[in-house]
Ligand binder design. Structure first.
Ligand code: NAD
Length: 417
């Protein structure tokens, strides 16, 4: 098997298609990308020279509503990755029961090598490339790896300048002052925490320990919520180091250290190991919250955890999942575990369209309700499939079965397949 994200996404779909007994025609229709926008962004650098950056926006399927998905700025972005992420967004929105299809954007760039002004010019150039294809009822981008509220604000501003209208619902993950939603920043981490609670209950686990890979936006908020609720997090890592403490890492101290110093180097609240050793650390639940393919054929044998909570997108390759599933490891799939961000993006979009804004308490309550419902639905579906198939099928199949069935139903209603 391979680490090509699009091939992984296809093999996941084919696995659920065999459970749902879909035809090849239906599988092809579900795999089809509606539109791929690609181009090269010309950006003026501070030294006066112009640099080119490859960029994409993939629109997978809008049978259930406007395309929805983040924009990633990363040196390893590929066309295959952007397309795969757009497929996963379609399943994620359908599983959460929100009225969107799947989209995703990406630019090959290391944003850390750019100045603030260069980053702004890059974001505006990206907006110029995608503006005809986005909008509140067409395609609604949001932040992803290395993009944040500031990037969304520049993209929205450029889009509104070109289209000459005010349309805050065209982008989510905006700063609150531009129509962003309360609770959006921490939404994916909080949604992951609600899913953790559902998992622990469903598995009847007692005081499970956690190891969290990656403390960016998603990982750090997840750690804070889990820590405040009393979970023992024995390991956290960034791209350089893992901090290990069997008594539990003091999360606020560790995150403050990382914020002040840029890494865990010198932090004395635990032992430091190389970042990759976190996969083999002795914790009950492993929480990948960095990039895809974190667990593959090379390191799957090291894993000691009983469960994986996929906060990153695509962190387990299908080969790793198959292997771990045979060993009885329960993997809560990304389309379920990290849906909190897109759910609160949906709340943001709904607030923008109605012009009526909600309090944080309402947002958190509604997020909790949607995440719990999605988890219970997927868990029950999985239990049913296991009974019928009498087979060792991964939990992902329960989540995918619901999502794919919903997308297919919408496509059938429209006469698209
Ligand atoms: P981010 O850029 O804020 O954080 C990613 C972090 O991972 C960075 O701190 C980076 O240093 C770290 N990292 C990179 N390589 C690592 C390694 N080998 N080991 C440990 N850490 C490593 O990005 P994010 O928004 O937190 O996204 C993380 C993941 O969650 C991505 O897969 C993203 O697609 C997914 N996701 C994000 C959102 C969201 O709302 N931000 C929503 C759904 C899914």
């Amino acid at each position: 098997m391979q680490n090509d994200p699009l091939k992984n996404a296809e093999s996941q779909l084919r696995a659920v298609a065999s459970v749902l007994e879909l035809s090849e025609k239906e599988i092809k229709a579900l795999l089809r990308i509606d539109k791929l926008v690609k181009g090269e962004l010309s950006v003026k650098m501070d030294n006066g020279k112009t640099k080119k950056f490859k960029a994409w926006r993939s629109q997978h399927n809008n049978a259930k509503g406007p395309y929805k998905g983040g924009i990633r700025f990363h040196p390893n972005v590929t066309e295959s990755e952007v397309k795969a992420l757009s497929l996963w967004m379609s399943w994620k929105c359908a599983l959460a029961g929100i009225p969107f299809g799947g989209g995703k954007g990406g630019v090959i760039v290391n944003p850390k090598s750019l100045s603030r002004r260069e980053l702004e010019r890059l974001s505006r150039a990206y907006a110029k490339m995608i503006y005809p294809y986005i909008g509140e009822s067409k395609d609604v981008p949001a932040p992803d790896v290395n993009t944040d509220g500031a990037v969304m604000a520049w993209i929205l501003d450029e889009y509104e300048k070109i289209t000459k209208r005010n349309e805050p619902g065209a982008i989510t993950g905006k700063p609150i002052s531009l129509g962003g939603s309360k609770g959006r920043l921490e939404a994916t981490g909080l949604g992951g925490f609600f899913t953790l609670n559902s998992l622990v209950k469903a598995m009847k686990m007692k005081n499970p320990t956690l190891a969290v890979q990656g403390v960016g936006n998603v990982g750090s908020f997840f750690c804070r919520f889990a820590y405040e609720a009393g979970y023992k997090i024995v390991a956290v890592s960034d791209s350089k180091n893992m901090v290990w403490n069997e008594k539990g890492v003091d999360i606020p101290k560790a995150l403050d250290w990382k914020l002040l110093n840029g890494s865990f180097e010198g932090f004395n609240g635990g032992k430091l190991f190389p970042a990759d050793s976190i996969v083999g650390s002795a914790a009950d639940i492993f929480v990948p919250a960095a990039l895809e393919n974190a667990i593959d054929r090379d390191n799957m044998g090291e894993l000691k955890a009983k469960c994986i909570l996929e906060l990153a997108n695509g962190p387990c390759t299908p080969e790793a999942e198959e292997n771990l599933n045979k060993k009885g490891v329960v993997i809560v799939p990304d389309i379920l575990a990290n849906a909190g961000g897109v759910v609160v993006s949906y709340f943001e979009w709904a607030q923008n369209i109605s012009g009526f804004y909600w309090e944080e308490k309402t947002i958190k309550e509604r997020l909790k309700e949607i995440m719990a419902k999605a988890f219970d639905g997927a868990w029950n579906e999985w239990t049913e499939i296991k009974k019928i198939k009498k087979d060792n099928i991964p939990f992902r199949m329960g989540a995918y079965a619901i999502a794919v069935r919903r997308v297919l139903e919408a496509m059938r209603m429209r006469g698209r397949c």
